[in-house]
Design a protein around this ligand. Structure first.
Ligand SMILES: [Fe+2]
Ligand SMILES: [Fe+2]
Length: 233
């Protein structure tokens, strides 16, 4: 075959792979959107006990290198460790020199380590919108959301972090449109001061082509200061 023909075939193959990734992502997102309150409660119960044993948080971050989010069409097969470094680097580049935000960036997607287990991806990934309707202003803690990696990491780290950072982990993937009306005063304050400042870095830095310049090792001190001991994970 002539080189031009081989190139065209290669391009077609790449396009097919990209379409397949997008279709699979859509199917997973549809299934995530169908999670019921009962299923969310059952998943919360299922994950009460440690899955990975007693772990150093820094080692868990390193294991994100093995994780690919099959729904993320901003990253494709880019690892969650690269995503994590992209988020931290985005903060560095924008001058957000705040240890709390960087710490949250480093740990926010650790719940996606469940992708390394046999858990269905629709129970781990995707943005979250409320299941059903609630009283306006009732507070997000009283709203049912699909169980996903947010709730997992919240449950694991909430006892080691101040309330606003635990809140940010828990609600980092809520869709603001359908969730905002259920926020109480505390949620609104945390949303404005933390989620709205975190999200542009989390969602806005994603790219399969952005090669991080920073090294995870430079953040070991920050992580080990916040989590000096092994924790049940
Ligand atoms: Fe996330
Ligand atoms: Fe993320």
């Amino acid at each position: 075959m002539r080189p031009a023909g081989a190139r065209a075939q290669r391009r077609r193959q790449q396009q097919e792979l990209q379409d397949a990734f997008r279709n699979n992502s859509l199917e997973i997102r549809n299934r995530h959107g169908q999670q019921t309150r009962e299923q969310a409660a059952a998943l919360a119960k299922k994950y009460e006990k440690p899955v990975f044993g007693s772990c150093q948080v820094f080692d868990l971050i390193r294991r994100l290198a093995e994780c690919v989010d099959p729904t993320d069409t901003g990253l494709f097969n880019t690892s969650q460790l690269v995503h994590t470094l992209q988020v931290v680097e985005s903060m560095e580049d924008s001058g957000l020199d705040d240890a709390e935000f960087k710490l949250v960036a480093l740990v926010h997607d650790l719940g996606k380590l469940l992708l390394l287990t046999d858990e269905a991806p629709e129970n781990i990934t995707c943005l979250n919108r409320p299941i059903g309707a609630f009283e306006p202003g009732v507070g997000l803690d009283n709203v049912a959301f699909p169980w996903n990696h947010d709730e997992f990491i919240f449950s694991r780290l909430k006892d080691y972090l101040p309330p606003h950072l635990a809140w940010l982990l828990r609600y980092h993937s809520i869709e603001l449109g359908p969730s905002e009306k259920y926020m109480d005063e505390r949620d609104r304050e945390y949303c404005e001061n933390y989620l709205l400042r975190f999200r542009p870095h989390d969602l806005g830095s994603k790219s399969p082509f952005r090669l991080p310049r920073i090294r995870l090792e430079s953040y070991r001190g920050l992580v080990e200061q916040a989590f000096p001991e092994r924790i049940p994970f």
